[in-house]
Design a protein around this ligand. Structure first.
Ligand code: F6P
Length: 326
């Protein structure tokens, strides 16, 4: 088993609230175990640009409550190439790094797995950090809970004005390929309908349902950005002339869903995952992702986390959509 001495940590892809608590846990758990830590700026781009710095216990002071990521992040195309990865490897070797913790989503893990297969002497552990909650092997990803709370606050506010004007609102939430945010916030916000990339909504049925609910003073439809019919504007355009009982409005929540101070859940999840990631490295694990299953932290191979597309939307939530919003 490889003796780990120096761990590099980076955040990559879309930022997510909870990344900072996770970075803090990685740094402090590593130092507690007498390991050195290097922070990499701008995700994989920082590996290629050699933009890294020594981190100490105080480098992560007072970041628990901060959204975003102090390490900054990027979506890095050059790391997809052999040339980019070769440079990253050389830079890491020169700094005598023997392990990597990568915090991000599926794009981040795809890069990490390929890198680790090409250069197995650098151990890699992934931490699922994305508001989308779309990785197999963890019931929750970092940032999902905070993003849902942000969306629910927005839905509640829109409900006030929708109700006052007897309006129908289409609210678009993030989730290119994942309806997790839409489903959860739709249920918690009492939405009349939820449109998800995982299931196709028949627009005729949607219109009929919206028209047939008796005595409603407002209606809200949550649309995940990856829905088959397009975004909320596209859908509103199609249905607006066919809905007689409401005036139709659209709100796109956009990137505000990615910001904000992490919820207590995401702070604890980030801390647990960062702690677990370092401990997994110290046990000699590599090419794994740490994840929360039930109330336990477990590891799953990166390969499986990326290839298993088990439907992650809870059956009971799917069933209750219409029943609870009649
Ligand atoms: O992956 C997280 C996510 O927020 C998605 O829900 C969204 O589609 C995407 O990132 C937006 O990415 P960007 O900030 O690069 O436009």
């Amino acid at each position: 088993m490889q003796n780990i001495r120096k761990i590099a940590v980076l955040t990559s892809g879309g930022d997510a609230p909870g990344m900072n608590p996770c970075i803090r846990a990685v740094v402090r758990t590593a130092i507690f175990n007498n390991k050195q830590v290097i922070g990499v700026r701008q995700g994989y781009q920082g590996l290629i640009d050699n933009d890294m710095y020594d981190m100490h216990t105080r480098s992560v002071s007072n970041i628990l409550a901060q959204g975003g990521t102090i390490l900054k992040t990027a979506r890095c195309m050059p790391f997809k190439t052999d040339e980019g990865q070769d440079i990253a490897y050389r830079n890491l070797k020169e700094r005598e790094v023997d392990a990597l913790v990568v915090i991000g989503g599926d794009g981040t893990f795809t890069g990490a797995l390929r890198f680790s297969k090409r250069f197995p002497d650098i151990a890699v552990i992934g931490v699922p950090g994305t508001i989308d909650n779309d990785l197999y092997g963890s019931d929750y990803t970092l940032g999902f809970d905070t993003a849902c709370n942000t969306v629910i606050e927005a839905i509640d506010k829109i409900r006030d004005t929708a109700d006052s004007h007897d309006r129908l609102f289409f609210i678009e939430v993030m989730g290119r390929d994942s309806g997790c945010i839409a489903l959860r916030t739709g249920i918690a916000g009492g939405a009349e309908a939820i449109m998800l990339p995982e299931t196709e909504t028949a627009l005729d049925d949607l219109i009929r349902d919206l028209e047939s609910s008796p005595n409603k003073s407002s209606s809200i439809v949550i649309v995940a950005e990856g829905d088959h019919h397009g975004g909320a504007y596209d859908i509103a355009k199609i249905v607006k002339d066919r809905i007689r009982s409401y005036h139709t409005k659209v709100t796109i929540l956009g990137h505000l869903q990615r910001g904000g101070s992490p919820s207590s859940f995401d702070r604890i999840l980030g801390s647990r995952m960062g702690y677990a990631a370092v401990n997994a490295l110290l046990r000699g694990e590599t090419q794994k992702m740490v994840g929360l299953r039930g109330n336990h932290i477990e590891t799953t191979s990166l390969e499986e986390a990326l290839t298993n597309h088990e439907f992650k939307l809870e059956d009971d939530l799917m069933e209750m959509i219409k029943i609870l919003s009649i």
